[in-house]
Design a protein around this ligand. Sequence first.
Ligand SMILES: *[C@@H]1O[C@H](CO)[C@@H](O)[C@H](O)[C@H]1NC(C)=O
Ligand SMILES: *[C@@H]1O[C@H](CO)[C@@H](O)[C@H](O)[C@H]1NC(C)=O
Ligand SMILES: *[C@@H]1O[C@H](CO)[C@@H](O)[C@H](O)[C@H]1NC(C)=O
Length: 375
Amino acid sequence: MRSSPLVSRIAVSLLPAFFLPTNAQSVPGGAYYPGNGAPAAGAYKLIDDYNPAIFFNKFVFYNDYDPTYGHVQYVNKQTAQQNGYATVSNGNKSALISVDTTNKWPNGGPGRPAVRLISDNTYTHGLFILDVAHMPTGCGTWPAYWLLGPNWPYTGEFDIIEGTATFETSNCDTSVNGNSGCGSLLNGSLIANNYGAGLNSNGGGVYATEWTSNFVKTWFFPRGTVPASITNGAPDVTTFGTPTVNQQGPGCKIDDHFTNMSIIINTDFCGAWAGNVYRNFPDCPQDPSAPSSIDACVNFVGNNPSYFTQAYWEINSIKVYQMPLGAQPTSSYSTNKLVNIFHVLIYWTVDLEVFFDNRLGTDSCYNPSHLPRVE
Ligand SMILES: *[C@@H]1O[C@H](CO)[C@@H](O)[C@H](O)[C@H]1NC(C)=O
Ligand SMILES: *[C@@H]1O[C@H](CO)[C@@H](O)[C@H](O)[C@H]1NC(C)=O
Ligand SMILES: *[C@@H]1O[C@H](CO)[C@@H](O)[C@H](O)[C@H]1NC(C)=O
């Protein structure tokens, strides 16, 4: 799929993070796909296919330090493959991304080995369809599937799936829907099984993120409810219903802030978010002698390798569709006609969000119900 082979897979020393103003990824040889940004400018066409047989050839294995201070060592491709952290299931049905479940990595030393994948190819606009069968769960885990532009935050970040299992167990279990994962809210009602153990027990599902010049929307479809047009490989967004996330607005100049994004999939432990909130979750093993929440998290993550057998991604596919450049819009677009402007209903768990960074200007893309960030 790449237009040319990678010249070198240089790990950029400072990678963008959820919170840190660091530099961008840049992958020599990666292809750039600029799609049409006009909503409904023709049918979506498949332009990039992360199917399991070639999945791990399409990413850089980032192996520098974690910009979010996690108790993690992101390993290179060779180490990941030798240790079975990056494997393909029988028959090339799915790609599996896991972590070290055999060794102790005590507090004060290196963190638990895991994987952070950054796509070689970059995109502007498109419909990104993730079919996920399993995602990492467990106390102290901090998995994410996201899109990121170069030179953070100037070219944007969309966090599509992000959370900590601690949130999932302590919140969804007790206050929302008992036994399933947790949820973002769709027009006041919970879409069950969109994250964590609930997602996994339901066989996963499909996340579809549509990025045009006018909006960024994300839909989640639990397994069993995936629209036929997606299954058939000809996704028709007009049949998807109300999105779970819908970021837009007259003052939201999406094309000024989002471009050339890579797909990132990673599993972190503790760190700036999951570590800082760890103490809030009594369901997770707490070391009362630990001097801080992060230390309590690191003590648990470091000392309990076999606990992390569920901290894996199983991905059936990621497919990127775009509307061809040059195509004429087939329908006019008006923000007035669309509902849910900035209406991202984030449950206490951040299992699904789009992050619009508005520190760069006056555009009002920021979602007011965004979970406060741990800075
Ligand atoms: C899986 O994909 C690899 C790489 O393309 C290929 O060599 C292998 O034959 C495939 N295996 C099956 C069972 O399809
Ligand atoms: C949201 O739900 C309400 C009540 O069920 C319904 O009247 C409304 O049409 C829904 N809005 C959208 C955008 O689906
Ligand atoms: C996006 O990628 C294109 C093609 O590689 C490049 O010309 C352009 O400068 C990039 N834009 C940014 C903001 O990095």
